[in-house]
Design a protein around this ligand. Structure first.
Ligand SMILES: *Cc1c(COP(=O)(O)O)cnc(C)c1O
Length: 400
């Protein structure tokens, strides 16, 4: 499972000048305990053996790498493959990380899992993994997000999780993160905080990346088996950055493979209308890490917008900031309209309804593929779009 091709942060958790551990003293003890426990697990082959067994039998891995023949023909350029994370249990890549952290929590003797969730996808993955291991689970969710994502709240409760409404601040994801951190500080002895993306304070960005690296490891092997060479380009959407860093990690040491992250361009690249940190952001400190964030002149977090809840976040995972700074990866953005058009295109051409997050990667691939004749491209299809059909219905209605 482990490869020696990934970039590891330094001892203080920095990827170049990004990352670190910007937390109050009270959070240092649990973070150091977690770092130590993960270092021990990481070096233990039995840990990865159990993880891989669960990914196979519970999650349904490996997920296919499918040649998208009709999409490729339609665009008339690159031969396009889809890495089908939408076929993983619970419908997205998030379960890979939830399973890894649940196994670690159990090793640490923790009996209680807490998590934050925005749209509810990470909450559902966490509640799923906690149920499968008989651990109690509390999910913090902004009150406004709970109203918007009723079905996921119901799903989490069906799985035995307690969903706690957060009424502070903007009543959305960043307030839920703060609430989860507060809970953790007060319940360190029996509680593990299961963070949902490759971000936050060290060791989360590296640990979550390692649990998502299975995507890149599989995709590289599957592509080599199909084509006998490496792809020219890998495209993935970037919210916090976990699905993208997972697939990138399989190719990051292959200089000939272009890595492209796609952020949410929203309705316009102007404050409050998008979530493209590399287009409209700058370096700063946010929720435990130094990275690219959307901030005003005073360093206050700016509001964000995206049609896709999973990409709608102020900060990006620090390893992406590092790949951006070192020019190993490039970052593009597509608008809400372009993502929605790509959503419809994939449904009609390939019989796959993609998540709106993943639709951003598809939309960008649609722009570059026509100019890539004779070349190959992998799109990471991070999740399925069943959760988004209500949003699409409303979006189309609003535009009429
Ligand atoms: C949550 C989510 C994302 C965004 O999170 P990353 O950490 O950037 O991967 C992307 N796609 C889907 C389907 C998601 O559920």
């Amino acid at each position: 499972m482990k490869t020696n091709t990934r970039t590891n942060p330094d001892d203080r958790g920095y990827f170049g000048e990004f990352g670190g551990r910007f937390v109050p003293d009270t959070l240092m003890a649990p973070l150091l305990e977690l770092e130590q426990a993960y270092a021990t697990a990481e070096a233990d082959p039995a840990f990865w053996e159990e993880y891989e067994g669960l990914l196979k039998n519970f999650v349904g891995r490996q997920t296919p790498l499918q040649h998208a023949s009709r999409l490729s023909a339609q665009l008339g350029g690159a031969k396009i493959y889809l890495k089908r994370e939408d076929l993983a249990h619970t419908g997205a890549h998030k379960i890979n990380n939830a399973i890894g952290q649940i196994l670690l929590a159990r090793r640490m003797g923790k009996t209680r899992i807490i998590a934050e969730t925005g749209a509810g996808q990470h909450g559902v993955a966490t509640a799923t993994a906690a149920a499968a291991f008989g651990l109690s689970c509390v999910v913090y969710m902004g009150a406004d997000d709970m109203a918007r994502q009723e079905m996921n709240v119901f799903r989490m409760r069906l799985l035995g999780a307690e969903v706690v409404a957060v009424n502070s601040g903007s009543r959305t994801l960043k307030d839920a993160v703060s609430e989860a951190m507060r809970d953790w500080v007060g319940n360190i002895a029996d509680t593990h905080y299961l963070l949902g993306s490759a971000l936050g304070p060290h060791p989360y960005p590296k640990m979550v990346r390692d649990f998502q690296a299975v995507i890149g490891t599989e995709a590289r092997g599957q592509f080599m088996a199909a084509e006998g060479r490496l792809p020219d380009c890998v495209v993935a959407c970037v919210g916090g950055g976990s699905n993208a860093i997972g697939i990138f990690s399989g190719f990051v040491s292959d200089a000939g493979v272009a890595l492209v992250g796609v952020e949410a361009g929203g309705t316009a690249i102007s404050p409050g209308h998008h979530a493209a940190r590399f287009a409209g952001g700058s370096p700063g400190v946010f929720q435990g890490m130094r990275t690219f964030i959307l901030q005003d002149k005073e360093g206050q977090a700016e509001p964000t917008h995206s049609v896709s809840a999973g990409l709608d976040y102020t900060g990006v995972g620090p390893e992406h900031a590092y790949l951006h700074a070192t020019h190993r990866a490039t970052y593009a953005n597509v608008s809400d309209d372009e993502a929605v058009a790509a959503f419809h295109l994939l449904a009609r051409l390939e019989g796959i309804i993609p998540a709106l997050e993943s639709s951003h990667a598809i939309a960008h691939a649609c722009k570059i593929a026509p100019g890539m004749k004779g070349k190959t491209l992998i799109i990471n299809l991070s999740g399925r779009g069943d959760k988004d059909i209500g949003i699409i219905q409303k979006y189309t209605g609003d535009k009429k």
